[in-house]
Design a protein around this ligand. Sequence first.
Ligand code: AQP
Length: 326
Amino acid sequence: MFSGIQPTGDFHLGNLLGAVDNWVPLQDTHDAYYCVVDLHAATVPWDPAALRREVLSMTALLIACGLDPERSILFVQSHVPYHSELCWILTCIARMGELRRMVQFKEKSKGESESVGVGLLTYPALQAADVLLYRAHGVPIGEDQRQHIELMRTLAGRFNQTFGPAFVVPEPWIREEGARIRALDNPDEKMSKSTPRPASKILLTDSPTIIAKKIRSAVTDSGREVRAAGDKPAITNLLTIFSLVTKTPIPELEERYEGTGYAAFKVALADAVVDALAPIQKRYEELVSDRGEIERTLADGASRAEAEAGATMADVRAKTGLGPPA
Ligand code: AQP
């Protein structure tokens, strides 16, 4: 299995509950590849020195969340050049209409499609290359990535049909709860790294005071009942977060906070989130100060990933007539 996360922007509770929390147990049951996708961060303008810092910091956070470089392969996308090579081949077999239809392209280009960088249009082909290089069967992700997995399935199928079977056609692995954690200040939106509003998200590095403040000011629904329901998107979102961080079923929480009103519920939720993040934050602080160790971990991850990706690319080159003759 394969999954990735961008190094830029704020690592938030949605990333943890929708993706990374799922990644941890899969290390024991699967050949797991986890990638810090820095080439994806280049789809918008970037600062080179800041990007290197963010890659190290994201790696430290992932290890603090439970990724173990002994039990999985943790690496940086640009350290394995095969990602860019396969991306080009997949870009050439992708159709313009397929890429233009991507919801994330439409949202991010916001009608300015003539002036945004081309990478914003073509990065789903890079994402397809990321997964297909490792012949991954499953991609554990949040709901927002479903359409991209559909595209990678199409590209894998098209390549296999045109040139002969080189790729596994991967499945999205999306957990039921937590697949779409919503913005605290607007439950119609997902919690997102690129949203500039601090009140919309809880960061993994937020202090207890900030966490309490953000949860206290989270929007709620009309009424005062702590209940998950279609017409209560804000409280359902908070209950989902509570349930996932404490591993308590939602009905049990509904019963516990019946009649207490939103204020008491929010205080308890803030405490639960602070408790869940405290060990991650402690471990992160220890890890992030040892830059040399993180760099050694990533170098080892890249060389293990490169061996697998290289075998796939040898097959792809042979099938497509590209690369030096064998
Ligand atoms: N709100 C969310 N709920 C559940 N899962 C989520 N993911 C992201 N947001 C939520 C999952 O986290 C993984 C890493 O995603 P990312 O690095 O693309 O982060 P992001 O927050 O999605 O970043 P952006 O800037 O907002 O990018 P776009 O707009 O491209 O999504 C993925 O598995 C993702 O599903």
